[in-house]
Design a protein around this ligand. Structure first.
Ligand SMILES: [Zn+2]
Length: 214
């Protein structure tokens, strides 16, 4: 489930749709949680699908640390990637605003944390664009991403959290444990699927800024 102060808007014909803030959203705000309505597609179920459904799932899903593809039931699946994104997945599974997000600003996140099976060509137009998303990005960048995510999580209690109650109790306990100093921070590297990714394409997919999943 995505934060309520967001909506779907058409960006342009190349990018397609994107998700925008309808009000100011401060750094440290949880922007997405994997709630109970999310559609979970196991590897086994995915492998049995026809190509048409596989393509839809690949476009709109992200893969979690268990190798399960998640398709959001709401407009979270339209969040686009940017290398200088304003939202990022945390090791706890939820996404968090890593800086203040202005009203009408597009919400973007880091696809490098979604266990993509293949390289994806990107043209975010952002400063220091990586030009290409690689399955190994998480290995290379997780420490830098952790700095951003950890700093945002440390502000979690200072801002309004409409999604807090949508989170499962185990995750809430983990986060509160970290904030109270009783447990270690959980790195984004925990999002990495350790099994074999279903590599379907030997060539690079071109998605532009990519209109795929949250
Ligand atoms: Zn970029």
């Amino acid at each position: 489930m995505i934060h309520p102060k967001t909506e779907l808007r058409f960006v342009n014909s190349k990018i397609g749709y994107g998700v925008f803030a309808t009000e100011f959203i401060p750094k440290g705000t949880i922007l997405y949680v994997k709630d109970r309505l999310e559609i979970e597609i196991t590897k086994n179920r995915f492998n049995k699908m026809d190509q048409t459904h596989k393509d839809i799932v690949e476009k709109f899903s992200y893969m979690d640390e268990r190798g399960v593809r998640i398709v959001s039931w709401d407009h979270a699946k339209y969040i686009n990637h940017k290398c200088d994104c304003n939202s990022m997945s945390s090791g706890y599974g939820f996404e968090i605003a890593i800086r203040d997000i202005a009203r009408d600003e597009e919400i973007t996140d880091e696809y490098g944390l979604f266990n993509i099976p293949d390289a994806i060509e990107i043209s975010c137009g952002c400063h220091n664009c990586r030009q290409m998303l690689l399955p190994t990005d998480v290995d290379q960048h997780h420490m830098a991403w952790d700095l951003l995510v950890r700093e945002a999580i440390e502000k979690l209690n200072e801002v309004e959290q409409p999604l807090w109650n949508m989170m499962d109790s185990g995750t809430r306990t983990d986060v509160m444990g970290f904030l109270s100093g009783q447990s270690e921070y959980k790195s984004v590297i925990h999002l990495k699927y350790q099994g074999q990714l279903n590599k379907k394409h030997s060539t690079i997919k071109s998605k532009g800024l990519s209109a795929c999943a949250a």
